[in-house]
Structures are given as C-alpha cells and as structure tokens.
Design a protein around this ligand. Structure first.
Ligand SMILES: [Zn+2]
Length: 100
C-alpha cells in the first residue's frame, strides 16, 4: 500500500485518491480560433513521460480537493505536491518537455 501526501491533509492511503491526468495543461487563449484537429489535440493529447511527471490528483474520500503532484512514472514515488494553481517544475511542464 502506498501513501500519497495530500497538501491539505497529509499522507493518506492511495485508495482515497482519484487520478486526474496531466497537470498544467493550459486552456487555449482563444478556443474559437482552433480548428477541430487543434481542439482534439488540446482535449485528448497528453505527454507520456517516463520519469518525473506533473499530474493532477483529487483526495476523493478525504478533503475532496484537487492538487498537483510530481510523481516518477516508473517508481511511483511522489516528489512534490502543491495546491492547484502553483506551478510545478518537471520535464512535462509545458515548454520544457521533449514533446512540446
Ligand atoms: Zn486531503
């Protein structure tokens, strides 16, 4: 069993959390200007990083709040957790990753 450090409640059992996908995916400045392919890229395309990855999690059966985390995708180790709205520095940070 793994403990996930909720930034609001502290370490809790992993089965209390829901995964929310990649963190820090910026909403388009002008979504009406996007064609269907660009809109689909925004909605569905995410990095598939091996290593440190910025993710969004929710403490579903605890405080119910979303937070951002940096987790290593092969070891599952959490390196950093922050309340939503504060930037995380990882390889998957937009503009810093190999796929951006
Ligand atoms: Zn919590």
């Amino acid at each position: 069993m793994m403990l996930i450090p909720c930034p609001h409640c502290g370490p809790r059992n992993e089965n209390e959390f829901t995964y929310g996908g990649q963190a820090q995916v910026a909403y388009p400045d002008d979504p009406h200007a996007l064609d269907d392919a660009a809109w689909a890229r925004y909605l569905f395309y995410r990095d598939n990083t091996k290593g440190l990855f910025a993710e969004r999690w929710m403490h579903a059966t605890g405080c119910g709040k979303w937070f951002d985390a940096v987790r290593h995708t092969t070891t599952y180790e959490f390196h950093e957790v922050r309340r939503v709205g504060r930037m995380l520095e990882t390889e998957s940070t937009p503009g810093k990753g190999p796929h951006t």
